[in-house]
Design a protein around this ligand. Structure first.
Ligand code: F6P
Length: 788
């Protein structure tokens, strides 16, 4: 699938190049290729031409106007310079000839001619060039200076007329200018203005084109870079983003798009170690992953002088170990084995799996007192029965609580030591560490803390029994995301937060905001690896069956039912033995033809309820066997010891049915392992409706473990179920477990975490407080809750 996404990225890149080429054609290269010039280019060029023409015209008008005024000024100067001379001549010697004087002045290249008109409109003096068409009659002669333009012999002439009074005589001095030079000057002005404007426009256009091309190159380089990052999943913080704000925007948008796309496509991804690893590289580049749980994945025990390696019977380990093998990182856990200290290095670490190391196990040592208070006491005598409705009274002791707090604090310190950056992704596991998320948050405010609660969360009334209910909710709300197996358990937690702490609950986003920090509450149904590693070494079903028959001395035609789990009172072991009793009582024809093998791993045996359960189970088995044995054949076999995964899988494959009758269970991975083990598509799963797995494996025979006869009827139905129906049911369940495997479980959490980290990165630039998730979408109406 991820490869398919890469293909799409390649295609997207190809399409992008294609688009870019066609865009380049549109914006100009089209001229070269003979494509029509876009209309906006034509309009822009025409508008620029019009503006330039108008400016040139304006320039010529201004020049003409200015020249005209210049002529008038010059005419006045001429008039003033000879006015007195002309007046004296008019009085003293009226016959005096002023033509030489006029002729001298008319030498000025701009002046065409000078003349003098008497009061009787006779042209008394005139220079040689004085045009005949200009007469004293045709010229305006007023008491003040007058100016006019006339045309003589096809030429435009400017005539200035100035009155002169000498004694009783009056007359007018005429100064004529040829206007041809003004027209020449205006034409020149128009031309130079045009050339200047065209030059400036061309220069500016060139500069703008260079800038636009440079910007486009930078953008396209940025987009191409982001696409290549999408393809290769490289770091999101490339240095070239920093120097170019728009490329940062593009990069952010593409990253968001990629995240959205993957979220949308996530349901189709074939989740495997490879795709999970790819997800980490793509979505959480360079993130340090730290897992913390009480139970360690590998226990070293001393057996005489030898050291043995044990994989504990734990759903948590079964689920998380393959995830860690795929992701790498560090797993912090209590070192509980008798030879654990002998197998670590000086820093309490060891590489695991021992045969093919993929991650680091960091062991934490606890004293007996700490174990008694934290693990046996508060976790398993308090929280365990509190969260499971199995009608065992929870016990809460002050001293257990003190140890629980102390051990949580110890693990918090180890996590801080292990963190090589200030924002690791910390996966906190289970009810042993309810206080740890807050403690980590206080020390590493930027950490992404995903807490998964592997057991049910009870309703608010039940949870309210816990004397430290507020502290526990507070501790868990240090998480970025808090996960449960089912929506039902999420709802119960929201109810508890609503009731016991002063917080803001957003039911639409399924989040709780407390102490200024938002925690998402999400269902993540846990699962197993697919295909399970333990299946690889398994013999064919028939051989497994023969091996089990031999081990338990069973006849050839025997029908085998199995139950495999930790010996825990929540698993309903007694109830299923009672159901076997009921079956054989009401259907004695199955006596001697049906066997129930219960493999039970000792667990928490220090606790009274657990040792009492073992004793009670042994007595019950003895009673049922006594009642239904025939010819020495006992219908119930109880095997109390640890079983390694390959033994468990052999039992699953040898059986006709598997019984999971939990009185209450977060998920129950035994049911999924049974389905995974049956690659022959045979066998029937009988599953308690009180196990989270019943929400997914609906093709199982769903039973109420408190209804003994109902469960016995389910056994009978399984015994009679035709192979074709078994195959149809098994096929559907196998398909579901294959698709919803543990890699998908981890991927969903990591994808959500990646998305939040992405959002945090965006919002932190807007100075959001550390660790706070600011929803990008509008926050729907919420309800402020105050605890009474
Ligand atoms: O069911 C809760 C859980 O923590 C599981 O995840 C695990 O399988 C089991 O309890 C193990 O219990 P313990 O570690 O006490 O043996």
């Amino acid at each position: 699938m991820i490869l398919a996404m890469v293909d799409r990225t390649d295609r997207a890149q190809g399409e992008f190049k294609q688009d870019r080429r066609s865009h380049m054609r549109r914006i100009g290269a089209g001229w070269l290729l003979g494509n029509p010039v876009p209309r906006y280019v034509i309009v822009a060029v025409a508008a620029t031409g019009l503006v330039i023409g108008a400016l040139a015209l304006l320039a010529s008008v201004l020049v003409k106007d200015w020249s005209q005024r210049d002529i008038e000024l010059r005419s006045r100067l001429v008039f003033r310079s000879i006015r007195d001379q002309v007046a004296r001549a008019m009085i003293a010697k009226p016959e005096i000839d002023l033509v030489p004087v006029f002729q001298r002045i008319a030498q000025d290249e701009r002046i065409l001619a000078l003349g003098f008109c008497t009061a009787q409109a006779q042209l008394r003096y005139a220079t040689k060039e004085f045009p005949k068409s200009v007469t004293c009659v045709s010229v305006k002669r007023s008491k003040s200076a007058a100016f006019a333009t006339t045309v003589a012999s096809g030429e435009r002439i400017h005539v200035s007329s100035f009155p002169i009074t000498a004694g009783k005589s009056t007359g007018h001095l005429l100064v004529l200018h040829d206007l041809a030079f003004i027209d020449a000057r205006a034409a020149e002005a128009r031309l130079y203005t045009l050339l200047t404007l065209i030059g400036v426009t061309a220069g500016l256009s060139l500069l703008a084109t260079v800038i636009v091309l440079a910007l486009m190159r930078a953008w396209s380089r940025s987009i191409r870079g982001a696409l290549i990052e999408m393809q290769h999943g490289s770091a999101s913080e490339s240095p070239h983003h920093a120097d170019f704000p728009i490329s940062r925007e593009i990069h952010t948008a593409l990253t968001e798009l990629r995240m959205e796309r993957r979220f949308a496509n996530g349901i189709h991804v074939e989740w495997s170690p490879k795709t999970l690893h790819r997800l980490l590289v793509d979505e959480l580049p360079h993130a340090q992953v730290i897992v913390v749980s009480n139970r360690e994945p590998y226990i070293h025990n001393r057996a005489g002088s030898a050291i043995t390696l044990q994989i504990p019977a734990s759903g948590l380990v079964a689920a998380l170990e393959p995830v860690m093998r795929a992701c790498g990182g560090t797993w912090v856990a209590h070192g509980s084995g008798s030879a654990d200290r002998d197998t670590v290095d000086a820093t309490d670490r060891l590489p695991v799996p021992p045969a093919d190391p993929a991650y680091s196990l960091r062991r934490v040592w606890l004293s007996e007192k700490e174990q008694n208070g934290y693990y046996y006491g508060f976790a398993n005598e308090g929280l365990w029965p509190l969260c499971h409705i199995a009608f065992v009274r929870p016990i809460f002791r002050e001293e257990d609580w003190a140890q629980y707090r102390k051990v949580n604090q110890r693990f918090a310190e180890v996590i801080v030591q292990e963190a090589s950056c200030d924002d690791p992704v910390v996966l906190v596991q289970d009810y042993h560490f309810a206080l740890l998320p807050r403690m980590i948050r206080d020390r590493l405010p930027k950490a992404t803390i995903i807490t998964f609660w592997h057991i049910p969360w009870p309703n608010a009334e039940t949870f309210g029994i816990c004397p430290w209910r507020e502290e526990i909710i507070d501790g868990l709300l240090g998480s970025t995301i808090l996960g449960f197996h089912t929506q039902f358990h999420c709802n119960n937690f929201l109810e508890a937060a609503d009731r016991f702490i002063e917080s803001r609950i957003d039911r639409e986003l399924a989040s709780v905001t407390f102490r200024g920090q938002e925690t998402l509450i999400r269902p993540y149904p846990i699962s197993i690896e697919w295909p399970p590693a333990a299946l690889a070494e398994q013999a064919p079903v028939r051989e497994c069956r023969d091996a089990v028959r031999q081990r338990f001395a069973l006849p050839a035609d025997i029908r085998i039912a199995v139950g495999i789990e930790r010996f825990d009172y929540t698993k309903g072991v007694l109830d299923r033995i009672r159901a076997v009793d009921d079956l054989l009582t009401s259907h004695p024809e199955w006596i001697g033809r049906f066997v129930f093998i219960q493999a039970a791993a000792p667990t928490r045996s220090k606790l009274g309820t657990y040792s009492a359960l073992e004793a009670e189970a042994e007595q019950l088995v003895a009673k049922v066997n006594a009642r239904h044995s025939r010819d020495g054949f006992q219908p119930v076999r109880l095997v109390i010891r640890h079983h390694e995964p390959d033994e468990v899988f052999e039992l699953f494959r040898a059986s006709d049915m598997c019984i999971v009758s939990s009185l209450h269970d977060g998920m129950n991975l035994v049911s999924k392992e049974f389905v995974a083990a049956r690659d022959d598509e045979h066998g029937v799963l009988i599953l308690s409706s009180f196990a989270g797995a019943s929400r997914e494996l609906s093709e199982a025979l769903i039973v109420n473990p408190y209804d003994t006869h109902g469960m016995a009827e389910a056994f009978l139905q399984a015994l009679r179920m035709p192979p074709a129906e078994q195959r149809d049911r098994m096929r559907l369940m196998r398909e579901l477990v294959r698709e919803r495997n543990v890699y998908r479980w981890a991927a969903q959490m990591l994808l959500d975490a990646a998305r939040l980290r992405q959002r945090q990165r965006i919002t932190s630039s807007k100075a959001a407080p550390a660790g706070r998730i600011v929803p990008l979408q509008p926050v729907p109406a919420t309800k402020e809750r105050k605890m009474a």
